[in-house]
Structures are given as C-alpha cells and as structure tokens.
Design a binder for this molecule. Structure first.
Ligand code: BT5
Length: 236
C-alpha cells in the first residue's frame, strides 16, 4: 500500500523529500527519528528532537489533482480519527492544527513541488515529558500526557498510515465534501470571534461562520459582510 523509508536524523523530512522527489515513488513515506531543522508554515521551527514522536512526510504523485488543495484538511481528519482510538477528543484548528484540550498535539505542512508532486509532512507529539513541553512557543501537549502512559510509536504510525491510505483514493475523487462532516464536527472555533493573521502578522477580527463546501473558512467582518478566507492563522 505504501513504502516506508526510516531515517535516523535528517534536517527535515519535507526537505529530504523535496531534494529526492524524482527518485521517490508515489506513496513513499519518509520518517525520521529526529530532525535538526524541522519547520512549519512560514519556516517556523518545529521542535523535533525526541525519537518517540512522529516526524514524517508522505510523498504523493496523484494523477487526478483537482482536490489536492484539501489534502491538509483530509490529513487533519485522519489524525483526529487515529487519536480518537486512544479515547481522547482532538479538535481541528483551521487550517492545519490538531489540538487536544486547546493545546497543539500535531501540525501538518503540505508543500507542492508541482501539482503532481506533493509532500505532506506532519509532526505528532506522542511522547514528551511535561517539562519539555514548555520549550514550545504556544500551548502544546503530547498523547502520553493526555492518556497518562507511554505511547507505542510503531503502532500509532501504522494505524495512522493505514487510515490515511484506506480512504485516500475516494478523497482524491470526491474532495472536501467527502470529509466535510468529519472536519466540521471537530472544529473548535466556529460560532466564535476569531483573529486571523496573515504572513505580515496583521490581525483582523471576524466572526467564524462556517466552513464552505471547498474547505475555505467563511467569516463575517465587523460590517457583517461575508468573506471567504483561504489561508492564514487563527487565534480565538
Ligand atoms: C505546523 O506549522 O504546524 C506544521 C508542522 C509540520 C512539521 C512536520 S515534521 C515532519 C515534516 N518535516 C518538516 O520539516 N516539517 C514537517 P505551523 O502552523 O507554522 O506551526 C508552527 C508552530 O507550532 C511553532 O511556531 C510553535 O509554536 C508550534 N510548535 C513547534 N513545535 C511543536 C511541537 N513539537 N508540538 C506542538 N507545537 C509545536
């Protein structure tokens, strides 16, 4: 179903995938024990120094590319479903974060070399000690802290990748509508006042109204005018 390449230390699994994209086939997974330069959106640092956590990139080379824009959201739903097996209640913070009790447990970074060569990277905190959580620059958590015991990384990773690939082809065909219910019911910000910041960190206040059929965030501005937001960071 997929091919797994397990590395010891790498600067970034997304970077490794980008550099070797022509030699890597569709559905190859690059996973690393640690990353020396793991990054998120806008090149923000992803703390990646614990081998018992997940740092991996899925290489996707789909023939049908019309729905790839929503791959991040598809992966967020899969992450939630996998975490729910551990009897916790994850939530999705649009567009790419998975939170538990308001704290970030996972982040997704989708990079397209071009539309037929996609790198879907994710970091998932499975095993971090409380004292090390504090080095993260926003409220964060780890699955072991939520369930009160160590998590077996191999088992979690296998479940996650199986869940991802079981529905992947259907998702590619049907797009966001296929996951819309699963996505919307796990969101944690709809019906609230939110602040959306862009690359320049300019924050604008909106009311979060809904998620559109294409996965965009629908908001109302201060004059109650409806707008669609396609990217950015939200706080609430
Ligand atoms: C993300 O970015 O959330 C996407 C992170 C993707 C990381 C994976 S690891 C495998 C692959 N290879 C890479 O190099 N990257 C991908 P963003 O939305 O920009 O969030 C970054 C912010 O999350 C940081 O500024 C911190 O506040 C926070 N953060 C950093 N490390 C974290 C961690 N381990 N757990 C929770 N939050 C973290």
């Amino acid at each position: 179903m997929y091919k797994l390449i397990e590395l010891e230390t790498v600067n970034s699994t997304n970077n490794f995938a980008k550099e070797n994209i022509n030699q890597l086939s569709d559905k190859t997974i690059i996973s690393a024990k640690t990353q020396t330069n793991g990054y998120g959106r806008f090149r923000r640092k992803w703390i990646s120094d614990i081998p018992e956590n997940i740092y991996l990139s899925i290489i996707l080379k789909p023939a049908d590319t019309k729905n790839i824009i929503n791959l991040t959201q598809y992966l967020c739903v899969i992450l939630c479903k996998t975490l729910e097996d551990y009897e916790i209640k994850p939530e999705i913070k649009w567009p790419n974060d998975v939170l538990v009790n308001g704290k970030k447990i996972s982040g997704v970074l989708c990079e397209c070399v071009n539309k037929n060569n996609i790198i879907l990277g994710m970091g998932v905190n499975l095993n971090i000690e409380q004292k090390n959580i504090e080095q993260i620059s926003q409220p964060a958590t780890s699955l072991n802290l939520e369930i009160g015991k160590k998590v077996n990384k191999k088992i979690f990773q296998k479940k996650l990748l199986n869940n991802f690939f079981t529905k992947y082809e259907t998702f590619l065909k049907e797009g966001f509508v296929f996951i819309k219910n699963d996505y919307v019911k796990r969101t944690c910000f709809l019906g609230k006042t939110i602040f959306v910041s862009n690359k320049q960190d300019k924050k604008t206040e909106y009311f979060a109204k809904s998620i559109d059929h294409d996965g965009a965030l629908v908001v109302l501005d201060k004059l109650k005018k409806e707008l669609k937001i396609l990217s950015g960071d939200i706080t609430y």
